[in-house]
Design a protein around this ligand. Sequence first.
Ligand code: NIG
Ligand code: FE
Length: 389
Amino acid sequence: MPSTLIHNIRSLVTNDPALGRGPLGLVEDAAVVIEGEHIAWVGPGDRAPQADAAHDARGRAVLPGFVDSHSHLVFGGDRTQEFNARMSGRAYEAGGIRTTVAATRAASDEELAANLARYLREALQQGTTTFETKSGYGLTVEDEARAVRLASEQTSEVTYLGAHIVSPDYADDPAGYVDLVTGEMLRACAPYARWIDVFCEKGAFDGDQARAVLTAGRAEGLIPRVHANQLSHGPGVQLAVELDAASADHCTHLTDADVDALAAGNTVATLLPGAEFSTRAAWPDARRLLDAGVTVALSTDCNPGSSFTSSMPFCVALAVRDMGMTPDEAVWSATAGGARALRRTDIGRVTPGARADLALLDAPSHVHLAYRPGVPLVRAVWRNGVLAV
Ligand code: NIG
Ligand code: FE
């Protein structure tokens, strides 16, 4: 297997406290050896073994590729007008999703696949090496199955979100729509998906409906994750913990009981600051969650409505500036935290045996991701051991 030595790394985030300093396992003046698709060796540069090829990091920082565990990228059209209206004072409502449903249904397979590929490439260029994405803009058996199928051609982390909102075709029969989502639509989508998700919110699905969706998904072999407590307090977070969901996403409106439940359970709190930024909403309180001992992940929520950013560095910067996270915590959450939210142990860390997914920054330290917001710092990206950017 061909090997590559990346040397002259000023500062390396391994996310393994056994390998270096602090929770990020920071190693200074480090080197990494990639062999095939995996990391073979990590350590101080002066002890690095020989390899077939060498890549000089020129005194810059390396970290694990970002793990974006929450996006909605199978869609048609865009929502520029809605964004404009919002920035003129209109509130964000779940109902805007219907605009994208109409545009997605009207798009061809080729258009949807090309759109998805474009945003995955955009994210890769910003250091994202693992991407979860969801259906949820089809809301018919055919359109949802098409969405998960197209997504599965571009990522292994696919989520079935037939329960995004009640389909406009079932406006007078929400119970009938839940039957469809938990029956025929689920059976059509499950072969292409790993996860099942539901938007548990006023105007979308209530706690009982969300429970029905997630338990049906589980019976088909899918693992739950939940859009929880985004726009208001609700039962989503507690339901996620109760059903041992991998992640409760958004977590913007939390009671003390919600925080306690997350701290006691096994469910990651995935915070999506792009959504609060783009909807001018109050920030989720990452500090409160971290202080309570909750595992926090950061993701983009990239979608044409509430958060049209594919940039994990931007989310890191927002989380540090406005959500009470330190730069170290935000970088951990955007890498190792995302891996936890996807129940993956092979990504989100730079340790022997892990997947060789790495980002090289044009900066001496990972702290610059927050310190230099909006600056394109990602200079090189290895994905599965291959230099992809
Ligand atoms: O995560 N909350 C539900 N879904 C998306 C928004 C989708 C949309 O507005 O199109 C979210 O923010
Ligand atoms: Fe979302």
